[in-house]
Design a protein around this ligand. Structure first.
Ligand SMILES: NC(=O)c1ccc[n+]([C@@H]2O[C@H](COP(=O)([O-])OP(=O)(O)OC[C@H]3O[C@@H](n4cnc5c(N)ncnc54)[C@H](OP(=O)(O)O)[C@@H]3O)[C@@H](O)[C@H]2O)c1
Length: 240
């Protein structure tokens, strides 16, 4: 059975990705950190819909990327599961200009958004030997807008890692990314935030979680593509 490991899958975009793969016959390993209750509810919901699968939940805190990666892959060994796809979706998104970025803030953004995906990618390659990785970036990787400086830098480094690993790990492992524009409002913001962002994009069209999942699905299923970044952002990366 095809198996995917999705980080940050208890809620929001990660949860939508879990549904997308589950509906297409895949076993989904649901990673979470604090949202264990949501992850367990998602797992139960999917098990009720698709009784041939388990939808296991694995919790790990990415503030310690090495321990988190070790814990996830030890658990996979115990479960005797070897995913053929890894989707790095978990992230933290905190505001702050460069001038206001403390070392603690920088460390947190880098640990969760870059170092943990990197350690998981390495463990995936070592343990699973072949397959496909999709990193979820952000359309901000093309811009120097520094309102979320540490977050944007962490995603820029993850973009370069995507390309470097795509080259080094071919032909066994393909490594690609999807860079979304605004899909869901961040905590504390409402639909007005999304409307304003969408109005500033060339296509003036909202990106739904389903649009994003379609792009991920395409990368997973097209075996000729590696080191590629799909901007799923209404053209926002092109600038104004
Ligand atoms: N939302 C958007 O419109 C948008 C736009 C551009 C790019 N993106 C990218 O798309 C992806 C998904 O976006 P999203 O809005 O769904 O993300 P999100 O809600 O901000 O975060 C997804 C998950 O990341 C997990 N996470 C946070 N800190 C963690 C830690 N220390 N250890 C392990 N997991 C941790 C959380 O899991 P728990 O809840 O279990 O703690 C959370 O549910 C992200 O990579 C984001 O950068 C999103």
């Amino acid at each position: 059975m095809h198996t995917v490991l999705i980080t940050g899958a208890a809620k929001r975009i990660g949860e939508d990705l879990a549904h997308h793969f589950a509906q297409r016959g895949w076993e989904v390993i649901i990673h979470c950190n604090n949202s264990r209750g949501d992850a367990d509810r998602l797992s139960t919901h999917l098990r009720n819909l698709f009784e041939d699968r388990q939808f296991p939940v694995i919790a790990a805190d990415f503030s310690d990327p090495v321990s988190a990666s070790d814990a996830i892959f030890s658990e996979l060994r115990i479960l005797n599961l070897c995913p053929e796809v890894l989707i790095n979706s978990a992230s933290v998104f905190n505001p702050g200009l460069l001038a206001d970025t403390s070392y603690t803030h920088l460390r947190r953004q880098m640990a969760v958004n870059f170092e943990a995906p990197f350690m998981l990618m390495k463990a995936f390659r070592q343990y699973c030997k072949k397959g496909c990785i999709v990193n979820i970036l952000d359309t901000r990787v093309t811009s120097n807008d520094s309102r979320h400086a540490a977050y944007t830098l962490s995603k820029k480094v993850l973009m370069h890692l995507t390309e470097m690993a795509g080259l080094e790990w071919a032909p066994e492992i393909r490594v690609n990314a999807v860079a979304p524009g605004a899909v869901l409002p961040p905590p504390g913001q409402d639909e007005t935030y999304l409307k304003d962002v969408v109005a500033g994009t060339p296509l003036k069209q909202a990106v739904s979680p389903g649009d994003l999942a379609d792009a991920v699905w395409f990368l997973v299923n097209n075996g000729t593509i590696t080191g590629q970044i799909i901007y799923c952002d209404g053209g926002a990366h092109l600038g104004k």
